[in-house]
Design a protein around this ligand. Structure first.
Ligand code: NAP
Length: 282
């Protein structure tokens, strides 16, 4: 039976450190603050915003929410982003995406001050991930994967890792982060030939495909560590990952659950990034 890599355990350790750092900043008159910008009323975004707000407030990070109508113009959104860039009391900005189709995502996200880009959405922060330059914030979800691996002492150097999914928000950055830690990384996607064999070959599997329970027993073998990033709803309406949890439990060495794995760690990483951004203003 596999070890379950519980997000709650990682969250507890992360939150304790973040709360201590936030407290230390407050003694110097700095209150770490996150601004969340949302356009429209998508249920998943409202739910993420609620979870992020709760998590931030629990560790002493203030949160200001800005809800614009879905039909807000690019100029209106720019005006808000520029206002937040200029506001010294705001240390991090979380822009909930995807943006409505009438807005140019490339232009909007790059309007954000890179120093406040705590979810790594600007090209400047992506470039820092690519060049391994320190000082920028990597996107919160891939960072959460790394926090989990580190918390449970999973060795990465020399290991074969496969990342299934190559999005800019998860797959590509996590592949680069694993490479940076000296894993030998394969980045797989929908054109990969014989994906089950490619995944079986790896010691560490990061599943970020967005397909409910896609990685079943034929993809897995003994000794693997599996990090399941997927958040999907199955045919019964249940929240499930990209990995068939029951099948994996019987086969692999360790795996994250869904829910209660990567998703729960992501908002703690977000709070940590806001506190780090505030520390850099000292
Ligand atoms: P995405 O942009 O849709 O990317 C999915 C990737 O998976 C693509 O690269 C795609 O390949 C690949 N893929 C899709 N079907 C495949 C298949 N049958 N075989 C092999 N590869 C396949 O998704 P995302 O935004 O990265 O999100 C992935 C999952 O993570 C989703 O379930 C999402 O809800 C979840 N997520 C979780 C968090 C969190 O905090 N836990 C945060 C973000 C996302 P191609 O490039 O070839 O099309």
């Amino acid at each position: 039976m596999a070890q379950i890599l519980s997000g709650a355990e990682v969250v507890a350790a992360l939150n304790e450190r973040t709360a201590r750092a936030a407290e230390e900043l407050k003694t110097q008159g700095i209150h770490p603050q996150l601004a969340i910008v949302r356009l429209g009323k998508r249920a998943d975004e409202i739910s993420y915003e609620r979870g992020a707000t709760k998590r931030c407030e629990a560790v002493g990070v203030l949160v200001k929410s800005f809800a614009l109508p879905e039909e807000a113009t690019q100029d209106e959104l720019f005006a808000l982003i520029h206002e937040l860039n200029a506001d010294a009391t705001v240390h991090g900005v979380l822009l909930l995406r995807p943006l409505p189709a009438h807005l140019d995502d490339d232009v909007v996200r790059n309007a954000l001050d890179a120093n406040k880009d705590i979810d790594g959405i600007t090209d400047k922060t992506s470039a820092a991930v690519f060049t391994s330059r320190k000082g920028s914030f990597v996107p919160c979800t891939p960072h959460a994967c790394m926090e989990i691996l580190d918390h449970f002492g999973i060795k990465l150097a020399g290991k074969r890792a496969v990342v299934v999914g190559r999005s800019l928000v998860v797959g590509k950055p996590v592949a680069l982060m694993l490479l940076d830690r000296n894993a030998t990384v394969t980045l797989a996607h929908s054109h990969t030939v014989d994906l089950p064999a490619v995944v079986r070959d790896a010691d560490i599997v990061i599943a970020c495909v967005g397909q409910a329970k896609m990685l079943g027993a034929e993809y897995l073998r003994a000794g693997q560590t599996v990090i399941d990033v997927g958040i999907n709803v199955d045919e019964t309406g249940a929240l499930v990952g990209d990995v068939d949890f029951e099948a994996a439990l019987e086969v692999v060495e360790a795996l994250t659950p869904v829910p209660g794995g990567v998703g729960t760690v992501t908002t703690s990483v977000l709070a940590k990034h806001v506190v780090q951004a505030a520390e850099r203003t000292q």
